[in-house]
Design a protein around this ligand. Sequence first.
Ligand code: GLA
Length: 339
Amino acid sequence: MKVLASAPGRVNLIGDHTDYTGGLVFPMAIDRSVRIEFDRGVPWVELLSDVEPDAAFLPLEAIDEVEPRLVRPAWARYVAGVMWVLRPEHGGTGFITSTVPVGAGLSSSAALEVAVALALGFEGEPVELARACQQAEHVASGVPCGIMDQLTAAAAVDGCALRIDCRSLTVEPVPLAADLDVLVVHSGQTRSLTASPYGVRRAQCEDAEVLIGPLRDATVADAEGIEHDDLRRRARHVITENQRVDDFASALRQGDTTAAGALMVESHTSLRDDFQVSTRRIDELVDHLCGLPGVYGARLTGAGFGGCVVVLAAAGTDTGLDAWRVRPAGPATVENLPT
Ligand code: GLA
């Protein structure tokens, strides 16, 4: 049987480094996706990609013996991760086409995982799909990521950004007005989370939680009481960022783009100074973009340590920089193709 599985990338408008503490995030799926034409049946998975020179080849029977993290070529680790988690009954051969830039912070790996899972026949609720693919990411990359990226790809709503509560895993769509543009500007600094201090940041949040309890329930005053400088900063970022997500959602609902933009800038400052995941190049880009006519706000998006800046602007704004103009897209899908 032939299928076409497709999963979108995502950009996070606000709410970074909050998902793995059960916090609030506000991403949207974008109109760039990973698509897989997949012919199901054979007892192995063989995938070619238009963006990678080497094919992924993984026999189903070998999945118990392989460590997904060591599979080659490196991109096939995500395929192996999904197979490792799902233990599919059949494999297949297929071709991947992707319009999600790799290493930019637009969740190309989550889109790949979700598309592979659907191609392999995953059936279940979006939250289950996201959980399985989050686990696949953990075993494939060793990075203890949260659930935001996979859940955005699985549960997106066309035309909307999503307020996701990463504790209850509820997804609330918030329409994005047509007179707004979301632009994504690459810093030119590609990054791999495997080589970044992402895991250290997550561990610091856990250490802060030992001191003041779940960050989701803690107050800024609780954070201020932490003696250890790094832990105090990490906690303060997460607590204030959760509040900013709710304030941002309200601002968008009320059409208050000035307030929404200001919250993005506050989020950036917090990521820069308290969570310490920005770079000088990204700080300069954010400053520059925020000074342009038509721009309401800009901030680092995703994990940081390089990657992209997301910009909220009046429709038609030209930043003079290379930028992807992205629209909020719908969820991952799978459909049968004629054989
Ligand atoms: C990466 C992770 C997400 C999230 C962001 C930061 O994209 O995959 O789970 O933690 O970083 O908000």
